[in-house]
Design a protein around this ligand. Structure first.
Ligand code: FES
Length: 85
């Protein structure tokens, strides 16, 4: 099975909109999923400028899926869903 790739946006918009809490994922993900899931910090994913009006930051990408208004719980849910498939 391919590894799931999680990208946590650490761009300014996402960071100030709550992305700073998402740094926890860097330790939670390896603990919970071992090497099935890879997590990395990313520069601005380019989503905040497209959807700026809606202010759905912070953003996290789980493979190609975008999690908006991301929280640790939402990201873990998105990963669990992928792993079920
Ligand atoms: S700062 Fe996160 S998508 Fe731009």
């Amino acid at each position: 099975m391919e590894k799931i790739k999680v990208q946590v946006c650490t761009g300014t918009t996402c960071f100030v909109m709550g992305g700073s809490n998402l740094q926890e994922l860097n330790s939670i993900i390896p603990e919970k999923y071992g090497d099935k899931v890879e997590v990395a910090a990313s520069n601005c994913l380019g989503l905040c400028s497209i959807q700026w009006e809606y202010s759905k930051a912070p953003y996290v990408k789980v493979d190609e899926d975008v999690v908006s208004e991301a929280t640790v719980e939402k990201v873990l849910e998105a990963i669990d869903k992928k792993l079920e498939n």
